[in-house]
Design a protein around this ligand. Structure first.
Ligand code: C2O
Ligand code: CU
Ligand code: CU
Length: 456
C-alpha cells in the first residue's frame, strides 16, 4: 500500500469561505451549478464555544462548529472533501457507515498516513447508501472525538423521500466541569468498565434545547449518537412517532415503542407527528430530558405519513452457504497497576487478542480473513457485564437473531451487544480491504476491543 501526504499549498487557506452559518464560519468550495457533486473544504481547527453558560471551552471543530458541519450529498454520487488539518495534532477522517474503498476509510496505517498539522487530504468516494451517517477521526480518538471532532453526514435518497421537513439531532455528552474545562476523556477504572461518561448532555452543542417544529406535520428526526460512551435510552412519551431507519438503513415503519437503546455511533431516523402549536413534547434519555420539541404555527396542510424509505443496495447474505465465525468479546484483568512500566493498559480482547492502538503493524494481523464475494455468519458473544456497540467498517451486515431480544432482521453497521448477549449477524464480504471491527465505546476500543478483518 502506498500512502500519499500532501502539504497545504500556500494560499489555499481562506479559499472557499462562503458564508456564515448559525454555528460560525462555514467552509466549502462552491458547489458547481451543473455538476452533480458536492464539494466541501472541511477544516479541523480549535474553536471557542460556550457549552457551559458564561464559560468558554476551546473545542476542536470541523467547519467552524462542534459538533461539526453537516455534510450532505446524494445517494450514488461522489462526495469530495478536501480535509485541512489546522490542529496541532495529527488526525484522519473516518466516514462511519459508508461502504467505500479502503483508501478513503480514514484509519491510520491501514487506509492512509495520519494527516499531520498543516497538511490536507482529499477524500473522494461514492456514497452507495442513503441515510444518516457521520464522520470522526480514527486517531487519538477519546480526546479528538471528546473535544468535538464529530459531525453528521447525510446521504439523501435518490428521489425525494416524502418528508417535507427534517432535523438532524447530534447527541453528545461533553467531558466538562462546571467552568467549562475539559475533564479526563478516558479514566482507567471507567475504561475497564462501562466507559468514561461525559457530564454535559447536548443536542447540536446546546444543553436541553427547545426545538420548534411545524405543528401537525410529519417531520423526519435524524437522531445521531456521536457520544464517546453513552447509550441513550431514547423515548418520547406522549408522541406519535415511528421508526423509519436504523443506522442509515430503512426498516418497515413501526412505532418507536417504550424506548430505543441508541449506543455510541448508532443512528435512528424517526418520523414524528408534530403536536398542535404551543404543545410541547420531551425527547428523553430514560427519565432525563434531552430536548423539548414544540409545535409551532404553520400554514401547511397536515402532512401524511411518508411511505417506507427505499432499501439500500446491500447484498443479501446466503445463509445456507454461509460459513460461521465466532467472536468472543472478553474482559481481561490486566489492570494498569499490574503492567510492566511503559506498557499500554488493555482491558478488553476479541478472541483472546487485544488490539494495540500504538502498533502500526496491527493491520497485518487480521483476526479473520474472508473470501471476497462469500457470505458469512458472525456469532458475537459478549462475555462481560458491559454493553458493546459492535461496529464494522466497509461492509453492512444483517442482524439475524439474539438470545436476549427478539430481532426483526435489518441491515446496519453497528449492533449494540447487550451484557452477556449472543447475537448472530450475517454479511456478504463484497468489499475488499482490511476493515476495522471494534466496540464504539471509545475507551473500550482504545484498550483492546478492536480487531481487523480482511476481505481478499
Ligand atoms: Cu465510527 Cu471505526 O468507527
Ligand atoms: Cu466506522
Ligand atoms: Cu465496549
Amino acid at each position: 500500500m502506498s500512502f500519499t501526504r500532501r502539504k497545504v499549498l500556500a494560499g489555499l487557506l481562506g479559499l472557499g469561505v462562503v458564508g456564515l452559518g448559525a454555528g460560525g464560519v462555514r467552509y466549502w468550495l462552491g458547489r458547481p451549478e451543473n455538476v452533480a457533486t458536492h464539494d466541501y473544504e472541511l477544516i479541523a481547527a480549535p474553536l471557542d464555544v460556550e457549552l457551559v453558560p458564561g464559560h468558554m471551552t476551546t473545542a476542536w471543530a470541523y467547519g467552524g462548529q462542534a459538533p461539526g458541519l453537516e455534510l450532505r450529498c446524494r445517494q450514488g454520487e461522489r462526495l469530495r472533501v478536501r480535509f485541512i488539518n489546522q490542529l496541532d495534532v495529527s488526525t484522519t477522517i473516518h466516514w462511519h457507515g459508508i461502504r467505500l474503498p479502503l483508501a478513503m476509510d480514514g484509519v491510520p496505517y491501514v487506509s492512509q498516513l495520519p494527516v499531520l498539522p498543516g497538511e490536507y487530504f482529499d477524500y473522494d468516494f461514492i456514497t452507495p447508501d442513503a441515510g444518516s451517517y457521520w464522520y470522526h477521526p480514527h486517531l487519538g480518538s477519546s480526546e479528538q472525538l471528546g473535544r468535538g471532532l464529530v459531525g453528521p453526514l447525510i446521504v439523501e435518497e435518490r428521489e425525494p423521500s416524502g418528508f417535507a421537513h427534517e432535523r438532524t439531532l447530534c447527541l453528545k455528552s461533553w467531558h466538562l466541569d462546571e467552568q467549562g474545562a475539559f475533564t479526563a476523556f478516558s479514566v482507567p477504572r471507567d475504561a475497564a468498565r462501562g466507559g468514561t461518561p461525559g457530564r454535559l448532555s447536548t443536542i447540536n452543542g446546546v444543553h436541553a434545547p427547545t426545538l420548534d417544529l411545524p405543528a401537525g406535520e410529519v417531520v423526519r428526526l435524524r437522531v445521531l449518537n456521536l457520544d464517546n460512551t453513552l447509550t441513550y435510552r431514547l423515548n418520547l412519551p406522549g408522541a406519535d412517532v415511528r421508526i423509519y431507519a436504523l443506522d442509515g438503513n430503512p426498516v418497515a415503519p413501526r412505532p418507536l415503542g417504550k424506548e430505543y437503546w441508541l449506543g455510541p455511533g448508532m443512528r435512528i431516523d424517526l418520523a414524528l407527528r408534530v403536536p398542535a402549536a404551543g404543545i410541547e413534547l420531551p425527547l428523553r434519555n430514560g427519565p432525563l430530558r434531552l430536548a423539548t420539541l414544540r409545535g409551532q404555527d404553520s400554514n401547511a396542510a397536515p402532512g401524511e405519513w411518508p411511505a417506507a424509505l427505499p432499501a439500500n443496495p446491500v447484498s443479501e447474505p446466503d445463509l445456507e452457504g454461509a460459513q460461521t465465525l465466532r467472536f468472543n468479546f472478553e474482559w481481561t484483568a490486566t489492570l494498569a497497576e499490574n503492567l510492566p512500566a511503559g506498557a499500554k493498559a488493555s482491558y478488553w480482547q476479541i478472541n483472546g487478542k487485544a488490539w494495540d492502538i500504538a502498533d502500526k503493524n496491527c493491520a497485518e494481523k487480521p483476526i479473520a480473513s474472508l473470501e471476497l464475494g462469500k457470505s458469512y455468519i458472525f456469532e458475537l458473544r459478549n462475555m462481560a457485564q458491559y454493553q458493546h456497540p459492535i461496529h464494522l467498517h466497509g461492509l453492512s451486515f444483517k442482524v439475524l437473531s439474539s438470545n436476549r431480544h427478539s430481532v426483526i432482521p435489518y441491515f446496519t453497521d453497528t449492533y449494540l451487544l447487550d451484557k452477556n448477549e449472543v447475537a448472530r449477524i450475517a454479511l456478504v464480504a463484497d468489499n475488499p480491504g482490511v476493515w476495522m471491527f471494534h466496540c464504539h465505546v471509545i475507551d473500550h476500543m482504545e484498550t483492546g476491543l478492536m480487531a481487523a478483518i480482511e476481505v481478499v
